[in-house]
Design a protein around this ligand. Structure first.
Ligand code: SF4
Ligand code: SF4
Length: 379
């Protein structure tokens, strides 16, 4: 085992291979508060990549309702129960528990488990099921007593992938040019150690080909400077793809760096697992943080406070950057705000898109003089 730096844990940790960060690292931010669980992303991926034989059950992108939704069944609960003592230092800066690499049983590389076939049988389990009940006459306050939220998930193209560490044949690799994690279909012999090792259960075994398959971050599009299918088809405009800088090299004009490392409003999924996942979530503001703290780490309270403050007090930079989500098919590697205009730039440094700080709103008079009728206006 090598010692590597995991900035999400605030410490070094043990990993099967030495630290080797790619030239650029594919990364994304998902704003959970905007997801409506329409599953358009799921279908965009399904029809693009997994409509073949043996892929029927595969959802490289899925959207599950938390707290009771899972795909596969109980994917996170099972591992959380296996992983002892997930405590952070009192100030939240350092993870003091063990990662799934550090807790691996003797003779194994990763603490993991392999789902049964039935665990993939219920992709809609727990959908729209609430935590808690509202008594008659009670009013809702923030955070809500009764809550659920939608968690959209793809492969996290982790900096320290457990799928890669677990593969005894070295069939999984992380591309040095963009950090995308792929399975070499020619080398894979279907041992399924990657399925067992990935804590997010984002590798799937294809019984027809006898090999493992997974999300490829739509790399043929990424190579053309375009965002993946699940991003550009997202109805809620919750997603932004880009590049996260190496720790210590973050830039204010990089949209992902700004949200993740500078403003710290987007957080990794289960950072305590130790993979340094590269999909970041703006946590749901209506959910008690006693639940989301375990899922997104100790930064969740500050992230929610910053997000709410931006809306309440008119934080123009943050509000403006959130307006770039879903605004273009191009990957945005740089952005700036000039007054009321937010501009996104592509990988070549060219202007890709321009959005207004606030969408113009027109409110028509409720009384229409021309037709002499009164209409109801909804604000
Ligand atoms: S999310 Fe799972 S499949 Fe994707 S890179 Fe990480 S360990 Fe591998
Ligand atoms: S398309 Fe967007 S809004 Fe719809 S379920 Fe997927 S992530 Fe959520």
């Amino acid at each position: 085992m090598a010692r590597v730096n995991n900035w999400q844990l605030g410490r070094e940790m043990s990993y099967w291979y030495p630290e080797s960060r790619p030239e650029k690292q594919f990364a994304a931010v998902f704003d959970i508060n905007k997801c409506i669980a329409c599953q358009t992303c799921t279908l965009a991926c399904k029809t693009t990549w997994t409509s073949g034989k043996g892929q029927e059950y595969m959802l490289w992108n899925n959207v599950e309702t938390k707290p009771y939704g899972f795909y596969p069944l109980s994917w996170d609960l099972k591992l959380l129960e296996m992983l002892d003592g997930q405590q952070w230092s009192p100030d939240g800066s350092t993870y003091e528990g063990s990662t799934i690499f550090e807790s691996a049983p003797a003779g194994e590389r990763v603490l993991g488990w392999r789902p049964e076939d039935e665990d993939y049988a219920y992709p809609n389990v727990g959908e729209d099921d609430c935590a808690g009940q509202i008594d008659g006459g009670a009013s809702l306050q923030m955070p809500h007593m009764a809550w659920f939220y939608y968690l959209a998930r793809i492969c996290n193209h982790c900096t320290y992938p457990a799928c890669l560490a677990a593969c005894p044949r070295g069939s999984i690799y992380k591309r040095p040019e963009d950090g995308i994690v792929l399975v070499d279909q020619g080398r894979c012999r279907g041992y399924q150690e990657c399925v067992r090792g990935c804590p997010y259960k984002k590798v799937f075994f294809n019984p027809m080909t006898g090999t493992s398959e997974k999300c490829i971050a739509c790399f043929p599009k990424i190579e053309q400077g375009l965002q993946p299918q699940c991003f550009v088809n997202c109805i809620g405009k919750i997603r932004l793809a880009g590049w996260i800088s190496k720790p210590g090299e973050e830039r204010e004009d990089n949209p992902i760096d700004y949200l993740v490392r500078i403003r710290k409003i987007a957080l990794p999924l289960f950072p305590q697992f130790g993979l340094e996942p590269n999909v970041y979530y703006i946590p749901p503001i209506h959910v008690p943080t006693s639940f989301t703290r375990q899922m997104f780490g100790p930064g969740v309270d500050d992230a929610i406070a910053a997000y709410k403050k931006a809306a309440a007090e008119g934080d123009d930079d943050l509000t403006g950057l959130l307006g770039l989500f879903g605004s273009t098919e191009e990957v945005l590697s740089r952005w700036n705000r000039s007054g009321e205009t937010i501009t996104g730039f592509n990988d070549k440094g060219e202007e890709a898109v321009r959005v207004p700080l606030r969408e113009p709103v027109s409110i028509r008079p409720s009384y229409d003089k021309l037709y002499q009728i009164t209409r109801v206006n909804c604000p």
